[in-house]
Design a protein around this ligand. Sequence first.
Ligand SMILES: Cc1ncc(COP(=O)(O)O)c(C=O)c1O
Length: 473
Amino acid sequence: MHNTKYKQEEQDIQLESFAGPQLLMDQLKILLDAYEAAESDGTFYSPEAIRQRVPLSIQDDPLPHDELLDVLKAVVLRTPKTANRLFFNQLFGGKEDLAVVADMMVARMNNSNYTYKVAGPHVLIEHELLRKACEVIGFSAGEGTFCPGGSLGNLVAMILARNACDPGIRDHGLAGKTYVAYTSVEGHYSIKKNAGILGVGRHNVREIGVNERGEMLVDEFNRQVQQDLAAGHIPFFVNLTAGTTVLGAFDDVVEFSAVAKAHNIWLHVDGSYGASVLLSKERAALLSGVAMADSVCWNPHKMMGVPLTCSMLLSKRKGLLAENFSEVSDYLFQDDTDDLNPGTRSLQCGRRNDAFKLWALWKQLGNKGFEQRLEKQFLLRDSLVSMINSDPDFDLIIEPASLNVCFEFSGVASDKICSAMDKQGLGKVGHGAFMGRNFIRMVVVNADLTAQDLENFLDSIKATALSLQKKAQ
Ligand SMILES: Cc1ncc(COP(=O)(O)O)c(C=O)c1O
């Protein structure tokens, strides 16, 4: 026994009250089943109400098992549901059972995906998924890495892009030069945040305007590049978004590629949300020309129903990741070739296994299953759009390119509707703004929903809006 730091009596108490892993698992399974069964429960809990019910502070003594279960239950039952019929708030929602179980298996196996020695088959699984993703994108000699989310996938892309300008940067820094990145006003905030992290500077991110569909304007990008060059700056990175966060718009890769290539600017596609459409023959055209990009970020935790987090950064040229992230580490990389040690290509050291759940699900569904799943999501979106179009109280803001449906209820502020819905436990939906209009953004990403669920939710939105209207009179 190594745990000499515990007093003997405490050990005895623990042994008596400890339920054992199997019983604990069974009890927690019952709890999670109860949580998930409450499909129509959207109850809102304020921070005060949660503090009152859940003893949050860590106490000195071990908690007896029954009390522990009670506390865990109190937390779980107050946790917002992101997979029920009342959740339209985010670009993720719903989940695939097998991927959930695979993720639980990952926690039990508790490997770290940095070396073959420690992760074994999971390294090969990661290889296969990254190879497959490169194949889907059209990167014939590509490579990739799993990242903890799209924000950091975008960061990896920006590091590759910045260091591609000058191989000395990794060792010596920016040497007083001004590097400039480009993204659209509708692009994800991680681009600016990453510019701050990278020493490029947030103010050196140019936010380019968009057309009426929310797609970045290539002429404005071109003009801005010329201005920056004339000022002696170094344009190094352009971020195109495949599925913008609010509107779901897809920037045109082919158009931008010409300008980016002419100026040797790294072309990145932030497909955190939308790259999954590549799995559908019918929808893949939204990302035409994606193989022209230098890098692509793709989050299966959004459209593909894989639990958070699951995100890949794919780069067109094999070898760049190691060039930019490899460090000598005798304590860690002791066996096998670098190829089998993905830690040499990663932003991280210890790294959660986010590949297994995606691989297990992809094996289960096959390409065809994912294609059908996507088709169902797009059909649901179409049903919602026709419901909105057939009700004169609702106004569709824009024809959706993706699964985001943006609309308003005439005469009632969208933010107030969303907030009232949440507080009343009617469900979670967010709001956004575009070209001076505020609207509700309903994301139809949960493939388990039905058209009836959408109709019910729309009815709730309408009832809430009418009641707010009445109160205001
Ligand atoms: C277009 C886009 N890029 C990047 C991100 C960030 O991804 P993550 O939340 O995985 O960091 C998001 C998040 O919604 C997004 O919409």
